[in-house]
Design a protein around this ligand. Structure first.
Ligand code: GDP
Ligand code: ZN
Length: 300
């Protein structure tokens, strides 16, 4: 039996698009009910007799996984083998920085870099937004203010992405599709993105696709995930997800300090002193409670 490996470039329910080593694309079906290939996966495929479609028989080892969970602890993999995560916020809908933090938390857990994109910078920017973006930069994340509408800083974003495989995430309506269209600058893609939108309207199934950019990068266009929550299986996961808290935690009096109300907590002291942003600390607290819910839901 001929077998070869392919890259998953789009998923739509149980229909999969793959790219072969020669660059050609093909449609594929999945063998059995258990395999769940997602964008970014390397898969083993076999040709089917009298059929244009290929059969996916195995998923290769994953370097990392972007996961989400509900409060019962059900885990879903959104994409794999990523190099960077770009989380988009905008003036409209009102930025939800807690969502941004949850995605950055996921990036930390995957050990990949995070980019904060503030889109629609052609609209008025709130002073609080400027402070948040400055804070992200001071933490070492890239922060880019773009306008997909006017083209401002689209080139900077392209450079930030570089040649990396980047997933683009964020609330619905912030301009992810418009940004990807601006980055890709491809007429064919524009219609593809539009048809994706229509499909999303009718089905809730996760659909995502990989788009090559001029300049060698690749982005994964993920569907709107409402109330995204990363899979936080322990307090350690949460602490790992907030880099400035992880760093300061080393100075807490107790090694198992949870930074909630323990005496001698260096994290709370840093918040009080203003060297650690209170809103990020609040995000951390929420993530701690979320992780407790996930663990409870799972072992109930
Ligand atoms: P998505 O849900 O994140 O994919 O968002 P869309 O790309 O569908 O954009 C949502 C709306 O915001 C659309 O009406 C876009 O035209 C608009 N939009 C996108 N980017 C910009 C921008 O940079 N400036 C302004 N003013 N509007 C934008
Ligand atoms: Zn502490």
């Amino acid at each position: 039996m001929t077998q070869f490996s392919a890259l998953v470039t789009a998923t739509y329910r149980r229909r999969i698009r793959v790219q072969l080593s020669d660059g050609a694309s093909a449609d594929a079906r999945i063998k059995g009910r258990k395999l769940r290939p997602v964008c970014g996966d390397t898969v083993t495929v076999e040709p089917l007799p009298d059929d244009d479609e290929l059969l996916i028989t195995a998923i290769g080892k994953r370097r990392n996984e972007l996961t989400r969970t509900d409060t019962r602890g059900n885990r879903e993999v959104l994409a794999t083998n990523l190099d960077t995560l770009a989380v988009v916020a905008a003036a409209i809908p009102k930025p939800d920085w807690f969502v941004v933090d949850r995605y950055l938390c996921a990036a930390e857990l995957m050990g990949i870099g995070g980019i904060v994109v503030y889109n629609k910078c052609d609209l008025e920017t709130a002073p609080e937004t400027k402070q948040e973006l400055e804070n992200y930069e001071s933490l070492g994340y890239s922060a880019v203010q773009t306008s997909a509408k006017t083209g401002v800083n689209i080139e900077s974003l392209r450079q930030c992405i570089g040649r990396r495989l980047t997933i683009i995430v964020g609330q619905s309506g912030v301009g992810k599709s418009t940004l990807i269209n601006a980055l890709a600058d491809d007429e064919l893609l524009k219609t593809a993105a539009v048809s994706r939108k229509h499909r999303e309207g009718r089905h809730t199934t996760v659909t995502s696709s990989m788009i090559r950019l001029d300049g060698g990068g690749t982005v994964i266009d993920s569907p709107g995930v409402r109330d995204y929550a990363p899979m936080l299986e322990s307090f350690q996961d949460v602490q790992q997800g907030f880099r400035e808290i992880r760093d300061v935690a080393e100075q807490c009096r107790f090694a198992d300090c949870r930074h909630l109300q323990e005496p001698g907590c260096a994290v709370k002291a840093a918040v009080d002193a203003g060297s650690l942003r209170a809103r990020r600390y609040e995000s951390f607290r929420r993530a701690v409670f979320l992780s407790e819910k996930i663990v409870r839901g799972r072992y109930r």
